[in-house]
Structures are given as structure tokens and as C-alpha cells.
Design a binder for this molecule. Structure first.
Ligand code: PLP
Ligand code: COI
Length: 339
């Protein structure tokens, strides 16, 4: 194995030894199969290629100080994948099979789980897609599930340093009654133009507004948005954002820390009243927001003047990481410890 510089990993693809696969044929899921190929051989008329019948998940496994590997909230990801499958009419993978595949892929690639000290983790990317041929717009009869693992560092280059985000009203990520609350590939294709434009302008991501009225905050590209106002954790309530497992965890941690949690509509103007803001997700963990530029309105909302994250974001980040790495008790049963 090529030497990996664990502490300087970015959020990129590094080849590991094995992936785990499972096929759905004749109305049922088969046995898990182990593959060392990075490629899949599928029919050119497969529905995933034409009609976007594809959904994915993102999870992480962490190596603790005790050397043990911990997986964070695996069941929640299994359930969300099922919800994505229902949303685009794919065969749902049973939770037990999902969990068995995650544990298998981690164990097979154990040497790629970064050491505790590096602060990196093993990213797990489960994906499920329609494989059988179809020319009419109809769901496939056959599906493939794959999970691969790859060691990663921070998603946003700055790691835990605050970075700027922007509001651009000419782009929507999803439609109001569309696929925003499920994790399907098409949502990400639809976000590429706006996301690339934002990156080119020096922003980490776009903070999308609701696509109907352009009045309320939705989410931050590939992460949910939250803000801190005094002792309150505020996060948008919207039917078109992905229900982030990280955000759900932070809401619980905030409550544990004695904070009030509000999940509600947040208007753009309200940004002026917040003390701190952050983007959160499996890949992003917490990415503190330094500033939000509302490009169309020519307004800026500043959350960090000194280049450092605020104290509440820091506390939430440290607590979440401590639970994930096993440095704090897992009082909510979020963590699966591998033997
Ligand atoms: N929102 C979007 C659009 C995402 O892609 C993700 C990443 O999965 C999130 C939010 C964060 O969700 P989670 O915390 O479950 O990773
Ligand atoms: C994640 O946070 O796991 C994601 O899936 C976000 C992104 C990399 C698409």
C-alpha cells in the first residue's frame, strides 16, 4: 500500500482494496458480494444512466484512541436510503443488509481507517441504482447496491476555519415539491452550475433560498445550515432540504448543552441577527460561516471578523467529534463499535 499522509488528506477519492455489492433480481436482494474492481459493468439502457434512478449516502467510520473503529449513526443512513428509494421508485435495501455491508467494507479495508491522531476518517459511500434496460420512463426491474470506502480529510478546504458563502437567487437546487428531501444524484447535478460559479467567486458554497418565494433559507449546497442566536440553535424548516443526520445530532447536542433549539422558517433578513452560523453534514462536519454575501441585494452578513469560529460552533464541533471518536460517552446510542 502506498504511504498515505493521513493528516493532509483532502475530501477526495483514494483507492482502497475492496468494495461490497448486492444485486436485486427477480424481486429480491441477493447475497453480499466482495469485489476488488473499481468498475461496474452495466447495460447502456440502464435506468440510472438515462433517467437518474440513483441514490446515495455518506457516512463515516472513525478510529478511536483505543484503536477501535466506530461507525456513526449507520441505521439513520440506512433508513434515509430507503426513503430515497421510495422517492424514485427503486427497490428498498433492508436495513440489516445495509448495516452488514458497511461493517464488511470497513473490516475488509481496515488498514485504510485513518489513525486517531490524524483527525481524518474513513468515508463510506453507499449507492443504489437501477441496472436493467428500459427505454420508456419506468422504474427498473433490477438494481445494484455498492458501498465503497475511502479515507478522507475535511470537505471544505479550510477545515474548521470560517469561510464565506453566498446567496444567488437565479438558481434553485430543487423544486418545492420535488426531490430535495431525498439524496438522489440528480439534485447534485442540478447544483453544479451554481456551485461552480460560487467556487469561482471564492465562496465555499451557495446558501439556497426556498425556490417558491425566495424568502426563506434552505440549505448550503451539500450541507444543512444552522445559526446561533444567544443560547438558541436555529435551523431552517423546509420540505426541500435533506434531513441531515449531522444537523439532527447537533440539535440533540445543543439541547444536551442546555440550549434552546428552533427548527423553523428563517428569513434572509434574519441573518443580521445571528451571532454565529455554520454549514453541517457528514462530509462538512461543521464548517463555520465567516460571511454570507447576498449578491443580488448587495448585502453582507458577517459572522467572523477575526478568522476564527465562534465559541458555540467550536463547542458543538468538539462535542460531536468527541462522540464520533469515542472520547465522550455515546449517551444517545449513535455509535456502532466494531469488534
Ligand atoms: N444536505 C445535502 C444536500 C447533503 O448532500 C448532505 C450530505 O449528506 C447534507 C445536507 C448533510 O447530511 P448528513 O448530515 O446526513 O450527512
Ligand atoms: C456527505 O456529507 O456525506 C455528502 O454526501 C455530501 C457531499 C459530499 C455530496
Amino acid at each position: 500500500m502506498k504511504e498515505i499522509d493521513w493528516s493532509n488528506l483532502t475530501f477526495g477519492y483514494t483507492k482502497t482494496d475492496y468494495n461490497v455489492r448486492c444485486c436485486y433480481r427477480d424481486g429480491k436482494w441477493g447475497e453480499l458480494e466482495v469485489s476488488s474492481s473499481e468498475y461496474v459493468d452495466i447495460h447502456m439502457a440502464a435506468t440510472c444512466l438515462h433517467y437518474g434512478q440513483e441514490a446515495f449516502e455518506g457516512m463515516k467510520a472513525f478510529r478511536g484512541k483505543d484503536g477501535k473503529i466506530r461507525i456513526f449513526r449507520m441505521r439513520d443512513n440506512a433508513l434515509r436510503l430507503q426513503s430515497s428509494c421510495r422517492g424514485i421508485m427503486m427497490a428498498e435495501l433492508p436495513v440489516e443488509k445495509f448495516e452488514e455491508a458497511m461493517i464488511k467494507v470497513i473490516k475488509l479495508n481496515e488498514k485504510f481507517v485513518p489513525p486517531y491522531e490524524s483527525g481524518a476518517s474513513l468515508y463510506l459511500r453507499p449507492l443504489l441504482f437501477g441496472t436493467s434496460a428500459q427505454v420508456g420512463v419506468k422504474p427498473a426491474a433490477e438494481y445494484m447496491f455498492i458501498v465503497f470506502a475511502t479515507p478522507v480529510g475535511p470537505y471544505f478546504k479550510a477545515g474548521f476555519k470560517p469561510t464565506p458563502y453566498c446567496i444567488m437567487r437565479q438558481y434553485d437546487r430543487v423544486a418545492p415539491l420535488g426531490t430535495g428531501k431525498i439524496k438522489v444524484g440528480g439534485n447534485y447535478a442540478a447544483s453544479l452550475v451554481a456551485g461552480t460559479k460560487a467556487h469561482d467567486m471564492g465562496y465555499s458554497a451557495v446558501l439556497y433560498l426556498d425556490s417558491k418565494e425566495k424568502k426563506y433559507l434552505d440549505e448550503c449546497g451539500p450541507a444543512n445550515f444552522f445559526a446561533i442566536k444567544g443560547n438558541t440553535y436555529v435551523t431552517p424548516k423546509s420540505d426541500s432540504i435533506l434531513p441531515s443526520i449531522t444537523n439532527k445530532s447537533l440539535m440533540t447536542i445543543a439541547e444536551d448543552l442546555g440550549m434552546t433549539v428552533e427548527r423553523r422558517h428563517i428569513t434572509v433578513d434574519e441573518l443580521a441577527t445571528f451571532d454565529e452560523a455554520g454549514a453541517c453534514g457528514t462530509a462538512a462536519v461543521i464548517s463555520p460561516v465567516s460571511r454570507i454575501d447576498d449578491i443580488d441585494e448587495n448585502k453582507s452578513y458577517v459572522f467572523s471578523k477575526d478568522g476564527e469560529a465562534g465559541p458555540v460552533c467550536l463547542k458543538l464541533y468538539n462535542t460531536l467529534r468527541a462522540i464520533q471518536y469515542g472520547d465522550m460517552p455515546d449517551t444517545h446510542a449513535w455509535v456502532t463499535v466494531l469488534d
